[in-house]
Design a protein around this ligand. Structure first.
Ligand SMILES: Cc1cc2nc3c(=O)[nH]c(=O)nc-3n(C[C@H](O)[C@H](O)[C@H](O)COP(=O)(O)OP(=O)(O)OC[C@H]3O[C@@H](n4cnc5c(N)ncnc54)[C@H](O)[C@@H]3O)c2cc1C
Length: 355
């Protein structure tokens, strides 16, 4: 079996490792160039996501790359997005997968015995199946179902950055929340005065890409300082000491994608179900998906595997998306989102059992 995996973010390389472990040949097709510097900020990997990484044999490598080199007291591990992508891609290549960059999927033709993927640039590729790991704005999703729903805007602006030389309270790698009447601040520390942080500001109308690109750093900083004027003073110190871009991003989610697969195309990760960042679960859900899809392809004929994968995953991931939406709404009311839900965090996939 030759799998064309579209997207080299979190889901793509994890899927590649999982599929290599069941003997599939894998080609990852990533739209962005190899030397891409714009890999965003940081994510928290949850205990259930780390458990999925353990099934893939990647937990230790990912933890080594994380902020404190180990999970924090509550079992979460903060990691730079760029570092996570790099570790996962290196693992995929080490497992025998091929990664092609500058391969933006635009079309896919399915036949009785395979699929041909077409790209904005470069030659078409053929395979036995195509796994769409192409993120929240997935092209694969609309190739599977032209009527697939669009993402939903959640009225919060995400900002964040990395700050050095600031004292902020907390154990290394522990996520700390500072709600305030006008916004929400979260952060984690390294133990050596390095602070990784994010902020969410209520943002009524959805900003366009052009509006986001035009957001002036000085103006955003002033707005953040005003938003957190009544918060503990270290919050403003962190904002002032930030040496990176502020990564202003609109928030979206994708509650239900009615069709996850068609012919030899199947969706995985944010392409199938995107939750708001507030759930802290998007990457972990993608990692779980990767393991379960590989399990289904290992144990079932190709014709049955996508349906079984969807059956095993849909309720859980849609519940997590709903959790993220509730938690984002709580932020708009200046509350602390309840993310400490055992049913999410304690989930473990038994790779040795048949699906
Ligand atoms: C601000 C923010 C904070 C977040 N914080 C957290 C957190 O703390 N914890 C957590 O678990 N999750 C978090 N998430 C969610 C997490 O980032 C996603 O759930 C996760 O990245 C999903 O992985 P993915 O591989 O499905 O998508 P992505 O990581 O987005 O990867 C998709 C890849 O596909 C590529 N691609 C897109 N279109 C094409 C195409 N047509 N052809 C080829 N390639 C294509 C893209 O370039 C990209 O590399 C956060 C998200 C945001 C926006």
């Amino acid at each position: 079996m030759h799998a064309l995996v579209i997207g080299g973010g979190v889901a793509g390389p994890a899927t590649a490792v999982a599929l290599r472990s069941i003997g599939a040949q894998v080609t990852i097709c990533e739209a962005r160039p190899a030397q891409d510097k714009d890999a965003g900020l940081w994510v928290m990997l949850a205990p259930n996501g780390l458990a999925a990484l353990e099934v893939l044999g990647l937990k230790d490598a990912v933890l080594r790359e994380s902020l404190a080199g180990a999970a924090g007291p509550s079992g979460f591990a903060p990691i730079r997005r760029a570092g996570l992508y790099r570790v996962l891609r290196e693992a995929a290549v080490a497992a025998g997968a091929r990664i092609l960059h500058d391969r933006k999927l635009v079309a896919a033709d399915t036949f009785a015995d395979g699929v041909v993927a077409r790209f904005a640039e470069g030659p078409a590729l053929s395979g036995d199946l195509l796994v769409g790991c192409d993120g929240i704005h997935s092209r694969t999703r609309t190739l599977i179902d032209p009527d697939a729903p669009r993402t939903r805007y959640v009225p919060l602006l995400n900002l964040g950055g990395f700050a050095s030389g600031v004292d902020a309270p907390g154990e290394p790698a522990q996520l700390q929340f500072v709600p305030s009447p006008k916004g929400f601040f979260g952060y984690t520390v390294s133990g050596s005065r390095e602070v990784w942080w994010f902020a969410n500001l209520p943002w009524g109308a959805e900003p366009t890409r052009a509006e986001l690109a035009a957001m002036d750093r000085a103006a955003l900083t002033a707005r953040l300082l005003d938003t957190f004027a009544s918060a503990p003073s270290f919050v403003r110190d962190v904002i002032r000491a930030t040496w990176t871009d502020l990564y202003a991003l609109a928030t979206h989610d994708l509650p239900t994608v009615p069709v996850w697969s068609r012919d030899r195309l199947v969706l995985l990760g944010d392409a199938a179900h995107a939750t708001t960042p507030t759930s802290g679960q998007g990457s972990s859900m993608a990692l779980e998906d990767a393991v379960v899809l590989a399990q289904c392809l290992r144990d079932l004929p190709w014709s049955q595997a996508p349906a079984r994968y969807e059956e095993l995953r849909r309720t859980r991931v849609e519940s997590v998306v709903a959790l993220g939406a509730r938690a984002s709404a709580a932020k708009l009311r200046s509350g602390i989102p309840d993310n400490s839900l055992d049913w999410v965090l304690d989930h473990r996939i038994d790779w040795s059992s048949r699906v």
